[in-house]
Design a protein around this ligand. Sequence first.
Ligand code: ADP
Ligand code: MG
Length: 263
Amino acid sequence: MIQIKNLWKSFEGKEVLKGLDLHIPRGETLVIMGRSGCGKSLLLKLVTGLMQPDAGEILVDGEEISGLKFKELNQMRRKIGLLFQSAALFDSMTVEENVGFMLAQHTKLSRAEIREIVIEKLHLVDLDGTEHLRPAELSGGMRKRVGLARAIAFDPEVILYDEPTTGLDPVTCVEINRLIQSLHAKLEVTSVVVTHDMDSAFTVATRMAMIHSGKIVAFGHPNEMLENDDPILQQFILLGAPEQILNVSNPVLKEFILNLRED
Ligand SMILES: Nc1ncnc2c1ncn2[C@@H]1O[C@H](COP(=O)(O)OP(=O)(O)O)[C@@H](O)[C@H]1O
Ligand SMILES: [Mg+2]
């Protein structure tokens, strides 16, 4: 679904991505992990065409995005829904207006048609009946879900999640993880989830990739990641897991941590 080849990006002489290659097969849930500042959010922005790489190629559904004209790029962007790290809602607008915003801006749909789509998307994220509320009246988890309803407004083929559970309490994290999995199944999308939260990562992933020093240094099934004895990867998984072993809900991850601690 997405092919990234030899991607380079630097800011003021500081190289962030240094020839990154990544293939995201259709229908998978890929978790991308890596230290803070390694370029995860940047990668999502490059994939959605919100930023341009210095060099390299990004193919979405076989199409090279840097070659696209403005109109084609907008068309392509509809295939990708992005849930920003901060839900980035408009505080002065209702939930309905937030979710329908891009539809109102970029389509000729009537208010009634937009409303119908908004209600359908809110139902998908378990927010029935919240249309008239404003962001200030919602919990952190609900705001994330409004952001998600907006991200799926155009029925995307790919959903990108930038740290969907960061800053949420453990119970809400579990809810968001369930939602990522249920949307993945219901909408038959390809999902890409950036996260530090390893409990969440091992719960939702069908593939995992780790960025380090501007490149993908590990890629594979969750089990392959746990079998990989690269110390940087192991350390990262350990640090991203809940401190208390009792709070690790994923059994495979729990076993991995217990084994590492025994060594
Ligand atoms: N628009 C920008 N201008 C300057 N530097 C940027 C910009 N976007 C990202 N960076 C830099 O690129 C690096 C990667 O950022 P980011 O992708 O946000 O990291 P993270 O992996 O934590 O999401 C950071 O060092 C950041 O300072
Ligand atoms: Mg980030």
